[in-house]
Design a protein around this ligand. Structure first.
Ligand SMILES: [Zn+2]
Length: 100
């Protein structure tokens, strides 16, 4: 479960039923030109990192713990919607230096 508010147009994958790594990886596979935010689950109060969906850091299909442990993913095909959404979260937003 996450402690921040989601927004219309933003898909949250937090490890809950139907919102796990399998569903997350299917989403990034189908939306390679879209965007993914990686944030710390308990508070989203550390670094909130913004990636493109095809970034290796957040889309390696060999990994299976993208949403089940300490981190969750927030995904959107609109960078503006996603940035507006995470602007209200209590963390520092950073852009991935590899993909953004
Ligand atoms: Zn990245």
């Amino acid at each position: 479960m996450i402690s921040v508010r989601s927004c219309p147009g933003v898909e949250i994958f937090d490890g809950s039923t139907g919102r796990g790594s399998r569903e997350y990886l299917a989403w990034v596979g189908a939306n390679k030109d879209c965007y993914v935010v990686n944030a710390y689950k308990p508070k989203a109060s550390y670094i909130i990192k913004l990636h493109r969906a095809n970034c290796r850091h957040i889309s390696d299909s060999n990994k299976q713990n993208y949403t089940e442990t300490d981190y969750f993913k927030a995904c959107s095909c609109s960078l503006q919607i996603l940035e507006n959404c995470i602007a209200n979260w209590p963390g520092e937003v950073q852009h991935c230096s590899k993909c953004m």
